[in-house]
Design a protein around this ligand. Structure first.
Ligand SMILES: [Fe+2]
Length: 380
């Protein structure tokens, strides 16, 4: 991991030099103002990389208010830098195009005023992004059609929650409001597709108490994502079992509805293998599937879609991508994830990728929203 830290730190140093250069080089700021700006940015960059290196080493259970504050502040600063770097790059691209097209380029593009605007705009975006997560999860109705759907399963409603990331960053009342909302909708089934716990479970008894209140006609099901394993995966899964969730690790739950059988299978995130835990085992899952049942697979990673389709699953529910969570990653996500959000047809299988009900890292979303998906099975 030493090499990774050196590469990451070097990359951030190069980014810092580029941003500083572009923000001060062509302005008419006096020497002192330029120095103040560079020192200010140096402080912000150091805060982010310093906190990152500190928490990498110091992943401890003991709870100190200053740890949470430091982590929250650094994550917000990280988002500020993300927006600032994006705007600096976009301005350079625009200036380059302008240089090619216009006979006389606009000088003001790199003025002191432009630098001021560039540094202020990320603050506005931070505020707007925070409002999006404060509003809470948006209910998205997703009718999914299957030609061979048994009539007993028609209009079955599945509430799909993913990537809550319960941690110091997510207020407990967010979970409370979510549970109240889901219960008010009286779902048939509730499923969680991973990255629900992103911290030591001992710190989040209040959130677990709220989750215990969840009610669904045919039960609540969960598969672990990668983040459950980053802390103490086994403890997290036991905590979910203790609140009556059915945790599916290469397991299948059978639900009888009249003549029809609904099977809900769960495949763990491949990250389990890095922590000497049970990883995905497709033959084992396949051996539990019935020929005539309607099969739903819960998989944190949408990228397992081809293997899941090949074992005869009808519907895969996934998360993980967060839809990119905030600008510009909500655009760039397509370069990293083949299936980043929404409904996909993969042969006869349908895949739904939820953008994430909570958020990871800074308390914001921009260009995406917190999603609570209501999957409705339809014939057709
Ligand atoms: Fe996640």
């Amino acid at each position: 991991m030493g090499a990774f830290r050196i590469i990451a730190s070097s990359f951030i140093l190069v980014l810092f030099m580029y941003v500083c250069h572009q923000l001060v080089r062509f302005t008419d700021m006096d020497w002192w103002s330029k120095l103040a700006l560079v020192l200010g940015l140096a402080f912000l960059f150091t805060l982010v990389i310093g906190t990152f290196l500190f928490f990498w080493k110091e992943k401890k259970l003991d709870h100190h208010w200053w740890r949470d504050l430091l982590l929250d502040t650094s994550l917000t600063v990280m988002a500020y830098i993300n927006f600032l770097v994006t705007f600096v790059i976009l301005r350079d691209i625009y200036a380059f195009i302008e240089y090619l097209v216009l006979p006389i380029p606009i000088v003001k593009l790199y003025s002191t005023e432009a630098t001021g605007i560039l540094m202020l705009m990320p603050v506005i975006l931070l505020f707007m992004g925070n409002v999006v997560v404060r509003v809470g999860p948006r209910l998205v109705k997703v009718p999914v059609r299957f030609p061979q759907l048994p009539k007993e399963l028609e209009d079955l409603r599945i509430m799909h929650i993913t990537d809550l990331h319960i941690s110091q960053s997510l207020p407990a009342k967010f979970v409370k409001k979510l549970v109240t909302k889901i219960n008010s909708l009286k779902p048939d089934v509730v499923v969680f597709t991973g990255d629900i716990m992103d911290s030591f479970v001992e710190k989040h008894t209040e959130e677990l108490e709220y989750l215990k209140e969840l009610k669904a006609k045919y039960g609540v099901y969960l598969v672990p994502g990668n983040h459950e394993y980053y802390w103490d995966g086994q403890k997290a899964l036991q905590a979910f079992r203790d609140v009556d969730f059915k945790v599916l690790v290469n397991q299948v739950a059978d639900i009888s509805l009249g003549e029809a059988v609904l099977q809900i299978a769960g495949i763990p995130d491949p990250a389990a293998l890095h922590f000497q835990q049970e990883g995905p085992d497709f033959p084992r899952v396949q051996s539990q599937l019935q020929e005539s049942s309607f099969k739903i697979m819960l998989s944190h990673q949408p990228s397992l879609a081809y293997q899941i389709r090949d074992i005869g699953v009808n519907l895969q529910l996934s998360g993980h991508t967060h839809g990119g969570q905030f600008f510009p990653w909500n655009w760039l996500i397509v370069f990293f994830e083949r299936y980043s959000k929404g409904l996909y047809h993969i042969g006869n299988m349908r895949l739904y990728v939820n953008q994430g009900t909570g958020y990871w890292g800074p308390r914001l979303r921009l260009g995406t929203y917190c999603e609570l998906a209501e999957i409705v099975l339809r014939k057709g």
